[in-house]
Design a protein around this ligand. Structure first.
Ligand SMILES: C[S@@+](CC[C@H](N)C(=O)[O-])C[C@H]1O[C@@H](n2cnc3c(N)ncnc32)[C@H](O)[C@@H]1O
Length: 283
């Protein structure tokens, strides 16, 4: 996961280079790992008919495709993401399965959406990277019809998600250039503080804001663990550009730090997240 607080250009660069490439390579594993969150979003779309659902920070498109399948001919699902390689992967998946989902490669904070056109906006871990979240959610509000629903899945704090920082804690003594996580800038944990999220949404024209905590059991095969921490997150990004010696040293230091999460052939951890719901207030 991607976590440091960086400027908009840095986020764009990150998701179009190291982080984007890593997510494309790990797409199948990540989609399997985060399937419970996809199911939650699909469930919330399923009950009512929607003409247009927008998936923000859709990445390689799993949630967009899943919602488009549920909507069928009744509606459309459009994914937007700032990352060219991730959108290219999403488009290829849509073509492969003849899924009608559409994808836009653009910054959702400033993209010129058709105003009052969207019935529901959703995201799985795709809205924590805006450099100006109030501007971004005001832009999304303009895209939404009055009364449109917002349904976001975001991470709670790093403290409540110790699995997510295991690699960097273990690698820190060996990697002095490891970026430090900050809670108040763009990054994985930017939506950890419920009051901050409420303020962002109410300042950008959303009402009926509710943050419900969810603790979701996640699992993936232990044989993918080394690949997981050498590919993804801040340690993974540094290792993508490191020599074999450094990589071997880091693997040796980091792998034992995950021991408490290994159960037989699997890695198990709890993802402490929010389901954020809101409604587009009258303009
Ligand atoms: C953690 S990934 C989640 C991807 C996807 N939602 C999923 O669950 O697989 C975060 C995504 O947000 C995208 N993103 C970051 N900043 C963005 C922005 N300003 N506009 C649109 N997408 C953005 C990234 O490119 C990345 O694909």
């Amino acid at each position: 996961m991607d976590v440091t607080n960086e400027t908009k250009e840095e986020q764009k660069k990150l998701w179009n280079n190291l982080a984007g490439r890593a997510w494309v390579e790990a797409q199948e594993s990540l989609d399997r790992l985060f399937k419970p969150f996809e199911d939650l979003l699909v469930e919330s779309v399923g009950a009512n008919s929607r003409r247009l659902v927008l998936d923000v920070g859709c990445g390689t498109g799993s949630t967009t495709l899943a919602v488009a399948r549920v909507l069928g001919a009744k509606g459309r699902c459009v994914g937007i993401d700032i990352s060219e390689p991730m959108i290219a992967a999403a488009q290829a998946r849509a073509e492969h399965e003849r899924n009608p989902a559409r994808f836009i490669c653009a910054d959702a904070q400033i993209y010129n959406f058709d105003s009052a056109s969207v019935d529901m906006i959703m995201s799985r871990f795709g809205v924590m990277f805006f450099d100006d979240p109030v501007a971004a959610f005001a832009n999304l509000r303009r895209a939404a019809r009055d009364e449109a629903e917002l349904r976001l899945i975001t991470w709670r704090s790093a403290v409540e998600n110790p699995f997510m920082t295991t690699a960097e804690r273990a690698a820190a003594p060996l990697l002095p250039n490891l970026p430090v996580r900050r809670a108040d800038g763009p990054g994985q944990f930017a939506f950890a503080d419920a009051q901050r999220v409420s303020n962002i949404l109410s300042d950008s024209g959303w009402t009926e804001i509710v943050l419900a905590p969810i603790d979701v059991a996640c699992t993936f095969p232990e044989k993918q663990l080394i690949r997981y921490f050498t590919q993804l997150g801040p340690v993974g990004r540094i290792l993508q550009e490191s020599d074999d010696g450094t990589r071997a040293q880091i693997v040796e230091a980091v792998r034992p730090a995950f021991d408490s999460y290994v159960r037989g052939a699997d890695v198990e951890f709890t993802a402490a997240c929010w389901i954020v719901s809101a409604r587009a207030g009258s303009a």
